[in-house]
Design a protein around this ligand. Structure first.
Ligand SMILES: Cc1ncc(C[n+]2csc(CCOP(=O)(O)OP(=O)(O)O)c2C)c(N)n1
Ligand SMILES: [Mg+2]
Length: 351
């Protein structure tokens, strides 16, 4: 993989982590109201998938969508302003955390209803297929959404009509507080796709490079007309389901294990800082001696420790500026709400 792309993805993940941690603080201070579902732990999925997508592709996401919006290019200040419910947010402050939308970037929404994304994505896919364009629709969903009727109905239609939809399951193993083995008769989400003859893969959703590669392959299949594909990305959220959830139903040891061994940001840093060692280098370092190896490689490889620190500082400043921008943005007024109600009175075609 291109070193520049690896660095871009590392920065995306660092920005995502800093943005979400800051959103949690702003929520605690009362600057963000309503529900707030955060993404720390899951960054490699949004980043790996969306950095493999083209600008012409459409994105449909869930209520846990801030990072998808950021990676898609909605400016951090505009996303934060939407979380704050302010006029400069991407929906004029009237959507809030769960309803980010940006038509220009083909970011076709966050959706609060579990399973709502499937028919929306299939519908957009149908519009694309009718025009015979090489565009794809990327549909994110959680493991908890696969028991909704919409999942089965939409996969069936997508397969039948060979719709250009990439279904991406963010399997964080929990539907709020219910662990996947207790909410799904078939806990391996990718296996469900075979009921509709949709090619599907389970991948390590903590490894941004693996997610990126799998997405490139799946999108290639879609673009040559082979119809829908499904990726199950195994991941983990470090926080509770939302800011209202302390997450105490999960064994502490489980959370600690994921945070220390599987943190996608740490993995991406290690991959980028260390680069890919050659077989000779691995042999010289001895098996399992990754720390020593990365230490040796830091001086000369893709990214120095100083550059990494500079990157962290830069994203912290971006987040600080986003909060300032959101805080300075005015509250919407009733006239804005009325204008928003009128927004599609003329049967405008959105896609
Ligand atoms: C149709 C519907 N039922 C219930 C809810 C309440 N609810 C909100 S999030 C959620 C859990 C969904 O879990 P999952 O799909 O795994 O996504 P995650 O939150 O883990 O990202 C539920 C049940 C809802 N929003 N919509
Ligand atoms: Mg889940």
């Amino acid at each position: 993989m291109e070193p520049d792309l690896m660095k871009t993805m590392l920065r995306d993940m660092l920005l995502a982590r800093a943005f979400e941690e800051r959103a949690a603080q702003e929520y605690a201070q009362g600057n963000i109201a309503g529900f707030l579902h955060l993404y720390p732990g899951e960054e490699a999925v949004a980043v790996g998938v969306l950095r493999a997508a083209e600008p012409a592709d459409y994105i449909v996401s869930t209520y846990r969508e801030h990072v998808h919006a950021l990676v898609r290019g909605i400016p951090p200040g505009v996303v934060m302003a939407e979380l704050f419910g302010r006029k400069d947010g991407c929906c004029g402050g009237m959507g809030g955390s769960m309803h980010l939308f940006d038509r220009e970037r083909r970011f076709m929404g966050g959706y609060a209803i579990v399973g709502e994304t499937f028919p929306v994505a299939a519908g957009i896919g149908y519009a694309v297929a009718m025009r015979g364009l090489p565009e794809a629709v990327i549909c994110f969903f959680g493991d908890g959404a696969v028991n909704q009727g919409t999942f089965h109905e939409s996969l069936n239609m997508a397969a039948l009509w060979k719709l250009p939809v990439l279904f991406v399951c963010e399997n964080n193993h929990y539907q709020i507080g219910t662990e996947i083995h207790r909410h799904s008769a078939v806990a391996e989400v990718h296996k469900r796709a075979c009921a509709y003859r949709i090619p599907a893969k389970r991948i390590d959703g903590m490894d941004v490079l693996a997610v990126h590669d799998a997405t490139i392959e799946a999108l290639e299949q879609i673009r040559v007309g082979n119809g829908p594909q499904l990726l199950e990305c195994e991941t983990y959220r470090f926080r509770g389901h939302s800011m209202a959830d302390p997450g105490s139903y999960r064994p502490r040891v489980e959370l600690q294990a994921f945070e220390s061994n599987e943190d996608p940001v740490k993995i991406a840093i290690a991959e980028t800082v260390a680069g890919y060692p050659s077989e000779e280098q691995i042999a010289a370092a001895g098996s399992g001696n990754i720390e020593r190896l990365s230490g040796e490689l830091q001086r000369s490889e893709l990214l120095t420790v100083a550059q990494l620190e500079a990157m962290k500082k830069e994203v912290a400043e971006v987040v600080e500026e986003a909060v300032r921008f959101a805080g300075n943005s005015p509250e919407p007024v009733m006239a804005d709400a009325r204008a928003a109600l009128d927004c599609n009175r003329h049967d405008e075609v959105l896609i």
